[in-house]
Design a protein around this ligand. Structure first.
Ligand SMILES: O=C(O)CCC(=O)C(=O)O
Ligand SMILES: [Fe+2]
Length: 855
């Protein structure tokens, strides 16, 4: 069976309405408190018993008002496209007929639908919602106006000079009608324009026009677009004394840890509260919000309340009673809060939270002394549902805006205990991933709690103890936000600074990321602390690679940080780092980028950086000279990196100084030929003779030689002869390395050259700098991106750097080896210490080696 929705005021008559629906009310005396601080607050907000009636009247007056539109001409000129000039008031039936023809039947909204139903609304309209034309029988049933535009809060109706009967605009305030007859009783409606203004959320109707024609213009009244969000009017000076009393009552409630709520008089759309915050409040709600905020602000921070606005819904389900003559509550009403918005003491919406709990009938601030149903009076929706077997059921639903004042303030002692407990439970992400997330949230909430009270060193220390790592400070969900808030809290920052430094000193990568973010977001206080932390960090060499993201950002900070000390710190750090050729090249490249991105900043600090650049030059030159040293004739035939471990005898020969050898004792010529075949399978003879064509193989094995079977029977042997294809190739690479080191030395020198805009290497190696953006995007953790950015280094870094000076081949050769060998062969590849031909990433090998030699 389908659902039928209608409003109680829907004129359509359904037989379910013949049954009696009795809603249980509670008198005002059962709501809130009849004495004590909450009651005092009621009285103070209501302005005392005596003033209450007067206030009520004022509020009624502001709730809606109207009269003669004396600023408008008595006979406004009105002309309508397709009709022509309209002479006002409209009297002639023929004119009316013509006018109706250029208009449309006005629709109305229900939920998200726009409907036309003359039983609900019967009027002609032009230019949607602006010009209305009522004939006899025209009317508009009870409704509230939708917010047609952002910031709309009221409706202005201007009735043009009209000669008609009926057609009053009746506005309901708490169910009581306030009628506007637009001058009918005063006899001025035909001769003047009249107006009426009402809040858009106020329920209103237009009674049927019984005679003549009524013409009206309808306007939406909106807050100005540039009005500050959350604006609540300052309270007039004469209420200051009331504020003290209010504040005292609030304070007492606060000490009792009392949370309470207050039903707003007006209704608000979720959107308007979301858009405007406290500034959406109207009339009496606005006054009271202003007074409560002012009183709240008078209290010390730890006693203050937080303010929320919530959409409250109260739903009751009814079933037919046993006598089938009325509806009976099936269960107690269900009260629900949703769309909660936090308005803080200063009225700022800072986030969304869930209500701490529901409120009992005693937790209601009820300055207007309303009964339960009086409080809930608002949008009531009734829905009748035929549930089949169980018969029809009726549901009523009220929704209402409420303001709640929640106090979430445990005592300092309780908090300290809690923090100590939390500390003992401090989880690691790996150990308790689920708990960690809760923990992160808790930490964030705790920050709010602690920040909301006067600074308490003990409490704050405990709070800081609970999250000691840079990861939590920086990478947790709200870590960064909390860190920034810490900066604006002088006492806290004073004592947190050292902890922050220590935390980041344990994680160079995070320190760099945080430094970068601080620069971008102007968190200036954080920059020196992070740069101090950086000096104490270890070089983040992961998997043997320099991290160009790290280096780039570090140097960027060195030049861009407002304080020169940051640059000095970084230089100090780099001077403490072991220097080798890879370090030098990475440094040079990062400095080049920094120089390119900010030539002036670079120049201003290049004198500070000079020692680092000089150190790079020294390291590069040292490496260059080692590589440039010519090889002795003896060493020329030592293929000391030869990789032929499937046959140890062959490998021993290759690594030794002899040019040729014989493998003997093979037993038969067949066996000798088999050995040759096996060798040629691995390294074909023609490969050993043709470097250009087969360098991929050569590089894989780091040798070149031929094999030939000879002799017969027991004397059969295999002759191995080294060819100079490999050593020549090796020589070529040595030469290239020297050139590369030379180029890098030149780049380093060019860095400090006067008036040179970092273009020294724009033609050669810097092409790969384009990979920079990619590296940053990958957060420096993407190995392939990092490798890409390191490409110019790899021209060198996989090559031998041992004192012996023998080479192992190019990057291409490494790749070739990997694809040529089987997995098991690769497995056998790893060598002892000192051998540079392990399977690790190229940079690692060299890195390991240089580290050792540096030590
Ligand atoms: O005709 C009027 O006075 C008011 C019409 C109205 O309530 C509306 O257009 O929403
Ligand atoms: Fe309306």
């Amino acid at each position: 069976m389908g659902d039928y929705y209608w409003s109680m005021d829907d004129p359509a008559d359904y037989n379910w309405r013949d049954y009696k629906l009795t809603e249980h009310d509670l008198p005002a005396t059962d709501i809130g408190e009849q004495h004590g601080p909450l009651h005092d607050l009621d009285m103070l907000l209501a302005g005392g018993e005596r003033q209450q009636r007067q206030r009520q009247q004022q509020d009624n007056d502001r709730f809606c008002f109207g009269g003669v539109a004396s600023l408008l001409p008595p006979a406004p000129e009105l002309s309508i496209d397709g009709y022509g000039p309209v002479s006002l008031p409209l009297i002639d039936a023929k004119d009316a007929h013509r006018l109706a023809q250029v208009c449309q039947q006005a629709p109305f909204g229900r939920g998200t639908d726009t409907l036309v139903d003359t039983a609900v609304r019967k009027t002609w309209q032009l230019d949607p919602e602006k010009f209305l034309f009522y004939e006899a029988g025209g009317h508009f049933g009870k409704h509230r106006d939708t917010e047609k535009e952002d910031g709309m809060f009221a409706t202005l109706v201007v009735q043009l000079p009209s000669a008609h009967k009926g057609g009053e605009l009746v506005i309901y305030k708490d169910g009581q009608p306030v009628a506007h007859d637009f001058g009918a009783s005063a006899g001025s409606s035909a001769g003047r324009c009249h107006y009426a203004v009402h809040y858009a959320d106020a329920e209103h109707e237009v009674t049927p026009v019984t005679q003549g024609y009524r013409l009206a213009l309808v306007y939406s009244v909106c807050w100005p677009k540039d009005r500050p969000r959350d604006e609540v009017p300052a309270q007039p000076a004469d209420s200051a004394q009331g504020e003290d009393e209010l504040s005292a009552a609030l304070g007492t409630l606060s000490d009792q840890e009392k949370h309470f709520m207050h039903f707003l008089s007006h209704d608000y759309t979720i959107k308007s509260v979301g858009d405007l915050g406290a500034a959406a409040l109207k009339g009496v709600d606005r006054d009271r919000m202003g007074r409560l905020l002012a009183a709240n602000a008078l209290m010390p921070a730890d006693r203050r309340y937080a303010f929320y606005i919530t959409q409250a819904t109260r739903q009751t389900d009814y079933v037919l009673n046993d006598d089938c003559d009325g509806w009976e509550e099936e269960a107690p009403p269900d009260v629900d809060f949703s769309h909660l918005q936090v308005l803080e003491g200063d009225g700022r919406i800072t986030g969304r939270k869930s209500p701490a709990g529901c409120f009992g009938k005693r937790d209601v601030l009820n300055p207007d002394r309303k009964s339960l149903l009086g409080l809930w009076r608002g949008h009531r929706k009734t829905k009748c549902q035929d549930t089949g077997n169980e018969g029809p059921a009726l549901e009523t639903k009220y929704s209402k805006s409420g303001r709640s004042l929640l106090k979430e303030k445990p005592s300092d002692r309780q908090l300290e205990d809690f923090l100590a407990m939390l500390k003992s439970f401090y989880p690691t992400k790996a150990a308790a991933p689920g708990f960690y997330a809760i923990y992160e949230d808790l930490r964030h909430v705790l920050f709010d709690v602690i920040a909301a009270r006067p600074f308490n060193q003990r409490l704050f220390d405990l709070y800081m103890d609970v999250h000691p790592t840079a990861k939590l400070l920086f990478e947790s969900k709200d870590g960064w936000e909390d860190l920034l808030r810490l900066l604006n809290w002088p006492e806290a920052w004073q004592s947190a600074r050292d902890r922050v430094r220590v935390a980041f000193a344990g994680d160079a990568r995070l320190a760099i990321k945080a430094l970068d973010k601080s620069l971008k977001e102007g968190a200036d206080e954080l920059i020196p602390v992070l740069s101090d932390a950086l000096v104490r960090t270890e070089e983040p060499v992961k998997a043997g690679r320099y991290d160009s993201f790290f280096d780039d950002n570090m140097w960027k900070a060195a030049f861009l940080a407002p304080d020169e000390a940051v640059c000095r710190n970084i230089v100090q750090r780099q001077l403490n780092t072991p220097a080798d050729d890879l370090w030098a090249m990475s440094t040079v490249r990062s400095l080049e980028r920094a120089k390119r991105n900010g030539p002036e900043q670079f120049e201003a600090r290049q004198h500070i950086v000079r020692p680092v650049v000089e150190r790079c030059v020294t390291a590069l030159k040292r490496r260059r000279d080692k590589r440039a040293a010519p090889m002795s004739a003896d060493d020329y035939w030592r293929f000391d990196k030869a990789d032929f471990c499937d046959n140890q005898e062959v490998q021993r020969f290759l690594r030794g100084p002899e040019r040729t050898t014989r493998l003997e004792g093979l037993g038969s010529i067949t066996a000798a030929r088999r050995v040759v075949r096996e060798i040629r399978d691995i390294l074909p003879d023609d490969v050993a003779q043709d470097a250009a064509k087969f360098s991929r193989y050569l590089m894989g094995f780091d040798c070149s030689f031929t094999a030939e079977a000879g002799g017969s029977g027991k004397d059969a042997y295999v002759t191995l002869t080294k060819t100079d294809v490999w050593p020549q190739k090796r020589e070529e690479y040595r030469q290239r390395d020297v050139e590369l080191y030379d180029r890098n030395v030149a780049r380093a020198v060019a860095l400090l050259a006067e008036g040179d805009a970092a273009s020294a290497d724009s033609g050669s190696g810097s092409g790969s700098d384009d990979g920079n953006g990619q590296v940053q995007k990958g957060g420096g953790s993407d190995a392939s991106a990092t490798r890409k950015a390191l490409e110019p280094l790899q021209e060198v870094d996989h090559r031998p750097t041992s004192a012996s000076g023998s080479g192992s081949g190019s990057e291409a050769a490494q790749g070739g080896k990997a694809t040529t060998k089987t997995a098991s062969e690769s497995g056998k590849q790893s060598r002892g210490e000192g051998d540079e031909l392990d399977d690790g990433p190229p940079a690692k090998r060299t890195r390991t080696r240089t580290r050792r030699s540096a030590a």
